[in-house]
Design a binder for this molecule. Structure first.
Ligand SMILES: NC(=O)c1ccc[n+]([C@@H]2O[C@H](COP(=O)([O-])OP(=O)(O)OC[C@H]3O[C@@H](n4cnc5c(N)ncnc54)[C@H](OP(=O)(O)O)[C@@H]3O)[C@@H](O)[C@H]2O)c1
Length: 370
């Protein structure tokens, strides 16, 4: 039996932070030890600091915990720290602000803490793995290099991907493993309002409406996919981004609470391209290291393929695999590319906090958490 890990949550009062609280309070391998948020929340009990928006009640163990500022000194006893920090304060991009507000994730790395981040800030860094747990866990190998660069004995920084990227790369990785490289990927998303955090998009903007722009989202999907589906060099010191795959993303905000829907069209390099039935079979049979190693949160099926003509739908399918499965439907031939399908990902479970939890489970199984 692995030991129970003490965990801290940065940005614990936010949308992703609340999901972390729920997932971790029900988890046998973790115990919530410290909570952090902005100076506005620090010093208050969690129940007073948080505008709780989950459909389950605040777990008893979190209610009366006192929220701290996001400084490493308050998280020193944690085996693992999860970050759901706002990108404006998570570091690098907002350096001046971070210095004043002292919430830079890099400070946690330098304090030799094991940090899993949901923020975009360090995803592009040359020595920071960007890992979707059921797509590219092999990228954990770069942590030896990161630790030697920063002279760390037990700490590290791993980022998970944007919520929409996460849902898309899991079926794409299954297909790439089975049929070789993809030459073109075209995706159009319909993203839930919880993806914008709280208070997010105002109700007057989103009710009875679709907003055809989400700042920075399209470039994130286009770039992150190339890092995640790419490899590592031989001595695991550099990422080898995909060079021949072209990705085009169009992102829309829609009036759905949770669950991002994505319409994906793909072209394979291989000729002839695989058939619809071959694609479905590969997705259904896709097994990942998280399942092979028996990670607690790994769903039975990473990808659930529906053969119903009107699925997936956010309200009906977002809880599949307790929110950890990607649901794919409408797999069919494409007249322009080879294959097209629609997928659904729970944006705050698999697309955010759940990926962090699954990454920590994988890291523990791989002996990276000491
Ligand atoms: N929502 C999603 O589906 C989703 C999916 C994937 C990734 N992400 C990423 O995850 C991160 C969190 O997103 P969210 O949707 O949870 O945002 P959110 O609801 O706006 O929450 C932001 C959190 O950051 C804290 N914070 C703000 N300023 C701070 C400061 N100066 N110092 C310390 N903490 C501060 C807030 O604390 P206070 O309550 O005290 O202000 C709150 O806990 C973002 O980087 C986002 O891009 C979100």
């Amino acid at each position: 039996m692995s030991r129970v890990l003490k965990v801290g949550i940065l940005g614990a009062t936010g949308t992703v932070g609340q999901r972390f609280i729920l997932l971790l309070s029900q988890h046998p391998g973790f115990t919530i030890h410290a909570l952090g948020a902005s100076p506005r929340s620090a010093g208050k009990t969690y129940v007073k600091a948080t505008k709780w928006k989950m459909s389950q009640a605040i777990p008893a163990e979190a209610r009366e915990m006192v929220v701290q500022t996001c400084e490493p000194q308050y998280f020193n006893e944690c085996d693992v720290v999860f970050s759901g920090l706002d990108a404006d304060v998570a570091g690098d991009i907002g350096k001046c602000l971070c210095f004043i507000l002292r919430a830079d994730e890099m400070a946690f790395l330098k304090a030799d803490l094991a940090l899993f981040s949901n923020a975009k800030n360090y995803r592009t860094h040359a020595d920071v793995p960007l890992i979707v747990p059921m797509a590219n866990p092999s990228h954990f190998s770069l942590l030896n290099h990161q630790r030697s660069n920063y002279k760390l004995s037990k700490g590290f920084l791993v980022t998970n991907a944007n919520c929409s990227t996460t849902g898309m790369v899991i079926p794409l990785k299954a297909l790439q493993d089975a049929f070789g490289p993809l030459s073109k990927i075209m995706v159009t998303t319909m993203q839930a309002v919880s993806g914008a955090g709280y208070p997010g998009v105002s109700s007057l903007d989103i009710m009875d409406n679709v907003v055809p722009h989400i700042g920075g989202e399209e470039s994130k999907m286009e770039w992150e996919t190339l890092k995640i589906l790419g490899g590592l060099n031989q001595d695991a010191t550099e990422f080898d981004l995909l060079k021949t795959t072209k990705v085009s993303a169009t992102c829309n905000r829609v009036p759905v609470i949770d669950g991002h829907t994505e319409c994906v069209s793909i072209e394979f390099e291989r000729r002839p391209a695989p058939s619809v039935e071959e694609v479905i079979k590969v997705m259904e049979n896709y097994r990942t290291e998280a399942q092979e190693l028996g990670c607690y949160s790994a769903p039975e099926q990473a990808i659930i393929v529906s053969r119903d003509e009107d699925r997936p739908q956010p309200r009906l399918d977002r809880e599949n695999g307790k929110g950890y499965s990607v649901t794919v439907g409408r797999v069919r031939e494409c007249n322009v590319f080879d294959i097209k399908f629609t997928l659904l990902v729970h944006n705050t479970v698999l697309g955010a906090a759940g990926s962090g939890v699954l990454l920590a489970e994988l890291a523990q199984k791989k002996g990276l958490i000491v």
